[in-house]
Design a protein around this ligand. Structure first.
Ligand code: AR6
Length: 182
């Protein structure tokens, strides 16, 4: 599913983000930036040792939740990987939505510094970190729609790993875009 917004396209993709051919793929990392499970494990596995080497060399103290750091894409088709630790869900009253919003915003603004035209996001924090996807999808889509106009990025993919995640994003994207265009 694709939606056009101004001169940009927002696309929902069901599948594995490591296969994406966008300029950047975003990694749902943890603050150590030393790899992990879930999408983080898949990206390091597919991208090879180069990504971890760069994380260690360039970011010895890791990255705070909501911030973003960049490495090359190693063996991936994407030229760059942006690593952002999202929030761990603790019930919703511990600033989780602000941190999640910052992860999307800071990833887009960092991508813009590298003059890229396309970026793919996974559903940050909704796996091991336990953020309910219905809430997370809303934060993800709203933040991207708001920040997009501050960039020259032309194509944004949200890559969902399951049919049910894809369906939730589809419903949210349709309703949020309708509101946004009013
Ligand atoms: N492509 C796209 N999405 C994926 C893939 C993939 N290859 N693999 C999993 N997902 P998670 P988090 C989905 O747990 O919740 C790591 O250990 C998954 O189904 O990867 O932010 C880090 O090092 C879910 O919808 O990330 C951290 O310690 C979404 O990606 C911690 O997990 C995010 O799930 C971060 O947890």
């Amino acid at each position: 599913m694709e939606k056009k917004l101004g001169s940009s396209i927002i696309k929902l993709v069901k599948g594995d983000i490591t296969k994406e051919e966008t300029d950047v793929i975003v990694n749902a990392a943890n603050p150590s930036l030393r790899g992990g499970g879930g999408v983080d494990g898949a990206i390091h596995h597919a991208g090879g040792q180069q990504i971890l080497k760069e994380c260690i060399a360039k970011y010895p103290s890791g990255c705070n939740p909501g911030e973003a750091r960049i490495t090359s894409g190693g063996l991936l088709k994407a030229k760059w990987v942006i690593h952002t630790p999202g929030p761990i869900w603790k019930g919703g009253n511990r600033g989780e939505s602000t941190i999640l919003r910052n992860s999307y915003k800071n990833s887009l603004l960092l991508a813009e510094e590298y003059s890229v035209s396309s970026i793919a996001f996974p559903s940050i924090s909704t796996g091991i970190y336990g953020y309910p996807i219905e809430y997370a999808a809303e934060v993800a889509i709203k933040t991207v729609l708001e920040v997009l106009s501050q960039t020259n990025i032309k194509r944004i993919h949200f890559v969902l790993f399951s049919d049910s995640d894809y369906y939730i994003y589809k419903q949210k994207l349709e309703s949020i875009i309708n509101e946004f265009e009013k």
